[in-house]
Design a protein. Structure first.
Length: 259
């Protein structure tokens, strides 16, 4: 069970209906909310429990300021997750969320060992792949909004609503800044099997940006392409869930190695 003071951080989207079970803890992209994963509930295998992380600046936490540094974000997120990590679990993250999932896999692996069964990273460059320049987070407000529009993940009606954007923009910019400044913070790999997924039409973090994830796990790793652009987790949900179900079907299994 999630302890009461974790309720701000974690949303339980679906309980497992079969045993033995595994918890899938999901991390959204910059500016994203746990609602991104609600549509996954019906597509996951019966033994998978679905949780999603809600960071400051989203939903009931809208009034909370966003994190601006990685260390406190990782420490506070891990403290909220800790009650969920004493049973088999896996992490899934997309874009900024993939970076955060990788960071949490380092901490969870050290604390809980083999209970961290799998790490899914999608739409995110590897820690050693250079970030595109110029940095998006350094753009003017108009330039930043144009860049968001070009990425395609934020509905036009939201981008055009000045009141909403006044509320959401600081959090989105802060999380994109963290994502852009992120790199290899550890000098060592996680001891968790990794599945790295990219959209075949992703202009942001496609195959080339993700191919080096194999160097950041001590276990096996696979690189999988799927149809769609940067937000394929929404536009091509079914193939993605098929991959997740297959990798979590045998919690002790590992993906094949890729070169």
């Amino acid at each position: 069970m999630v302890r009461p003071d974790s309720d701000r951080w974690l949303v339980r989207l679906r309980a497992a209906s079969a045993t033995p079970g595994v918890r899938l803890i999901c991390f959204p992209y910059a500016g994203g909310s746990p609602d991104l994963f609600r549509a996954w509930a019906d597509g996951l295998s019966a033994h998978v429990e679905l949780l999603a992380v809600r960071l400051p600046g989203k939903g009931p936490r809208l009034a909370e300021g966003p994190y601006t540094e990685w260390e406190p974000l990782i420490a506070d997120t891990y403290a909220a997750l800790a009650p969920c990590l004493n049973e088999p679990h896996a992490f899934y993250g997309h874009s900024f969320g993939a970076r955060l999932a990788y960071e949490l896999a380092h901490v969870a692996g050290a604390e809980h060992g083999d209970l961290t069964r799998h790490l899914f990273v999608s739409g995110s460059r590897s820690p050693r792949h250079p970030q595109h320049r110029p940095y998006m987070h350094e753009l003017t407000e108009d330039g930043f909004l144009d860049a968001l529009r070009g990425m395609g993940g934020t509905p036009a009606e939201v981008l055009d609503d000045k009141v909403l954007m006044r509320l959401f923009l600081p959090t989105i910019r802060a999380e994109i800044r963290l994502a852009e400044l992120w790199g290899d913070r550890h000098g060592k790999a996680v001891n968790v099997p990794v599945t790295a997924l990219y959209g075949q039409d992703d202009p942001i973090d496609g195959r080339e940006a993700m191919r080096d994830w194999k160097h950041f796990t001590e276990r096996d790793c696979e690189l999988l392409g799927t149809a769609g652009g940067h937000f394929f987790l929404e536009t091509h949900r079914r193939p993605l869930l098929d991959v997740i179900n297959a990798r979590l079907e045998d919690p002790n299994g590992e993906p094949r190695h890729y070169s």
